[in-house]
Write a protein that binds this ligand. Sequence first.
Ligand code: WTA
Length: 661
Amino acid sequence: PCCQRKKKKKNMCLFSSCVPEFWGDIAKDFFWKTKHAGQFLDYNFDVTKGEIFIKCMEGASTNICYNLLDRNVNEHKLGDKVAFYWEGNEPGDELTVTYRELLRRVCQFANVLKSQGVKKGDRVSIYMPMVVELVVAMLACVRIGAVHSIVFAGFSAESLCERIMDSQCSLLITADGFYRGDKLINLKLIADEALQKCRDKGFPLQRCIMLKHLSKEAEETPLGSQSPPAKRACPDLQVPWNPEVDLCWFTLLCGVSDECEPEWCDSEDPLFILYTSGSTGKPKGVLHTVGGYMLYAATTFKLVFDYQPDDVYWCTADIGWITGHSYITYGPLANGATSVLFEGLPTYPDVSRMWEIVDKYHVSKFYTAPTAIRLLMKYGSEPVQKYKRQSLKVLGTVGEPINPEAWQWYYTVVGEKRCPIVDTFWQTETGGHVLTPLPAATPMKPGSATFPFFGVVPAILNESGEELEGPSEGYLVFKQPWPGVMRTVYGNHQRFETTYFRKFPGYYVTGDGCRRDEDGYYWITGRIDDMLNVSGHLLSTAEVESALVEHEAVAEAAVVGRPHAVKGESLYCFVTLTDGVTYSCSLEAELKKQVREKIGAIATPDYIQNAPGLPKTRSGKIMRRVLRKIARNDRDLGDVSTLADSSVIEQLFQNRCCTAV
Ligand code: WTA
């Protein structure tokens, strides 16, 4: 590919000049109501030259929902093709949804949203389990030009409230509840708590649409002629109801037309907001726009998974994360693909569930996270080998660096050495894969995300911002945009510039460390900012620390990552208590609960250590580097000459936590 032809001297990409041709050809496969006016891709990546901007096909108008559904049904004659095989948490709960049915449902719900006063540009928060209606809700927003902000259903009321307020949403869509394995989650209760918090903070949200998922009655079928999931129905679920605010999904649909003209949007109109952890603690609303994101999600899906029309594709991520946005909804539907949409867990009812599903639907392309692979690896090969997995052709991984041991297990045991592995590196911010192999075309190296995707130009910088050539290690940055890169932090463009462009003017800074080997392969070495990657979820240490210090017993907190065999990293928290408070097991439990309630279960501390003193520099800065060593019981501390009081170190080593709380 021409993007990998580099000029000898400066690491410049010749591809920049052929961007319009490459992406322009791809754009021809989509429907545009009007043509773009200016340059195909226009941008400034240099803060010293003015405001940062990225624009792709500005002036062209389209509608993603139209491209994903109407075009596939009407033009490509895929109306009867299965869009989703929904597989519920409980084996036996299943639904099949065709493209035609999905289009009908989306149009109907889009009309519901319109009748509730939702207009182009309005933000809508979606807080739902992995059900088909989640896809319906997101595409209904897109159809009328509204901007969805999906909040992962594992987040707490506090986190949901923060996201609703930051994006100034006009409506919330949620569900009564769902099961995660054996555990019942009463989602509506959490949503109500979030809305109460919004009200208390002066942001009274007027409307909340609730889907009955568990408490539905026989006549309330989710997908017209399809029968409702029954196995784990829970008609007695206590669903709090506020008639002033709450609206029932099914009631709203009654008598509503299933035809809805799409709203034509500019290529640079906002498409969605998705919050990701920020190193200051406050989550950032990553904003993606219509045209570029559509081209990028569709093309990366097609090429990275070598999509073929008879594939059955399964991405195990939750739609509440970017992987689910790009590679469950947008990428696959843009290609007319058939996907599995799975509500449950890899370990429920047993650790063979994934492979059972692979055989059941003849899954050919499978995409999951290293943490899931490591979890299943613990149980050995027998649960995998109970199923044939003959349909598998390509295996993908995403979310964190995959250790070579897990890679080998995935390749040998799951894929029986037949299936290439695509280790895809990307971020919420990048919209789609940026470093990735192309299956069977790129020679693999276990643990390396290999090379940039077409049009992506990475570089490795040292601390002074100099580009390193050849084998080297440093900051991973990108030198030019690709169509799917984020456009701004919602409501805070300055934060966008500061976070990604200020440190090294002229480059987009990923926040990841990276090594390039002698063959030019890229190896992600992990985050080099104050972020932790727990089970593939990014968390900011500041966010967890502030949740801890909000407890009256805690004066100060410092959180670091400690390697974990399954999760990649676990949360190790040092807490200094306020004067007069004594440390106890019940306090530890309270602190754990506090973090869960403030952020969500994914942020639950694994270790909490009573730290009467923290290692600080003379200027009062906590030396996290030292705390990381203490958490790992590594006495090779390096230079600690800047420490104000070195006696705290020994004390902390003495009191280390050895077992997770
Ligand atoms: C990490 C997830 C190594 C990385 C799509 C990045 C990876 C962060 C990989 C983004 C990979 C993701 N190899 N590290 N293949 N994929 N990461 O925004 O640290 O949830 O910056 O997007 O995950 O996480 P996010």
